[in-house]
Design a protein around this ligand. Sequence first.
Ligand code: SF4
Ligand code: MG
Length: 328
Amino acid sequence: QQTLLEVKELKQYFPIKGGIFGRTVNHVKAVDDISFTVNEGETVSIVGESGCGKSTTGRAILRLDNPYSGSVNFQGEDLLSLSTSQMRKKRKDMQIIFQDPYASLNPRQTVSQILEETMKIQNVVPKNQRRDKVRELLETVGIGEHQLDRYPHEFSGGQRQRIGIARALSVNPKLIVCDEAVSALDVSIQAQVLNLLKELQRKFKLTYLFISHDLGVVRHISDRIIVMYLGKIVEVADKKSLFNEPKHPYTQALLSAIPSTNIKQKKERILLKGDVPSPIDPPQGCRFHTRCPYAYERCRQEEPKLQSVSKSGYQEVACHLMDEQKAN
Ligand code: SF4
Ligand code: MG
């Protein structure tokens, strides 16, 4: 399997200015040293509660915000070394879809104009072929020809997300970052859009980085899942390992919160105490220790590193308990 995206030691710190000179007095450590890869044709999800750094990671990869440090390698090229104009061209290969497509669709342009403009900017389709391409793309995402000259407000939320997807596809990307792409939709519409994304993946050989707070959604679409907590990766696993045998106490707590219809799988809800600590001054040692039901002395001192724990599948966990279990 070919690696499409390789993120190494990525940090995204946002400065906090203070004092009369407006100096940087501190940083919000939104993403704090994470590494992972995404293979061609794969769907890798990043899950975690709001503020864990998942959206920040997506934005840093596309350089919508320039990362603080680390490296992002895409198709063998170091994105952080590209100039702004080189990066703009690169975005042809890496698109992003947001939760609210309405915010990014110009209300004064028809759907056809919106898509044609994107093609024009990225110079992917000759002018005289754009209208046909728009028709074809919209049909692919389930929007009929008679709707081409309508305005965004004339569509439902689900349809607008389909238009957002069509726009992303219009430049023939390799990677699409989906940031809470179905979170604003009703459950039944969510399922339709997720199925559409899967179908498009097969058809256009797309790779997805799927960012979501919702493990139920992630379950439908992912090959592998990254769980983040307070700017760190706490667990990465293939879908089966993660859902059948979550190893990190935080993953276990997240999973216990999904309503399960399967009685056999019904687990006791694990309620975490307290709130997520501030990313300005995160806890020493394991960042989860202030809320972890299993925390012990070592957790307050030493930061756990991601280590492989699976014999059959693929699973890496950052928790000291893994050492204890190995020892036993
Ligand atoms: Fe809990 Fe300690 Fe594991 Fe962190 S390292 S998740 S505090 S047991
Ligand atoms: Mg977010």
